[in-house]
Design a protein around this ligand. Sequence first.
Ligand code: LER
Ligand code: MN
Length: 273
Amino acid sequence: MHIRLSLTLTDKIIGSAPFLYEGSFEAGVAYARRLGYDGVELHASDPSALHTPDLSAALKENGIQVTALGTGRLYVNKGLSLTDGDKAVRSEAIRMMKAYIDVAAALRSIVIIGCVRGNVPSPDRYGDTLLLLGESMQTLDAYACSHGVTMVFEPINRYENNYLCSTYEVADFLHVNELKNIKMMMDTFHMNIEEKDIGQAVIDNIGDIRYVHFADSNRLWPGQGHIDFRQIIEILSNYKYNGTISAECLPLPTKQEAAVNWLSSVKELLEQI
Ligand code: LER
Ligand code: MN
């Protein structure tokens, strides 16, 4: 199994965001290398901050790959969503997502679609929201296809987003909308809340899974809660998953301790395969 282990970097941690480094991306790349990571997952509210000569030089110098770009800050910082009732807001969300795709094409990275999906404003608007999301995703899929970029939709637990919370729901949505370059990712923290059987959900959806976040049931690094990571890694290995596993967990007790402990526990699990 050829897996890349990636560290989550952000320019600014907002609230209880599960990222393990805060500061300049160039310094973050060197830090990820020093700790022994192979890649970085970048979370910035402005995609243009990610396509700079300094960052490219830092990536090259440290032999580090950008594994994915997170886009949640569009929703958290700017209130933009792909399903907003106001067409002008949806269009702005799509315009910004296209800017992330442009950067991802240059960096050969994946783009994550997480909370930028927005929420269903009231139960009677569920169908309309799915239709709006389908429309926005078709537009992004066409753009991603023409730029050779893969996007991954993240099932997020019900306490953070009120629809498309489980892997099965997301798989249905992607298939019904016949999306070509938009696949799925899995985050074990969310799966622990939403799936009946995490291992079975990985097996049933493996054909669509292109990216992985590892955090334990309490969102600390693997081994601190009760998720069976050995079983999940065995399944990923059996199905020849060759993508990234990313360290998206709470920065506790400190960012650095979480980053160091996440890596050593995941490496130890991988060595046992
Ligand atoms: C994003 O990857 C995620 O998992 C969300 O829960 C952000 O907090
Ligand atoms: Mn996640």
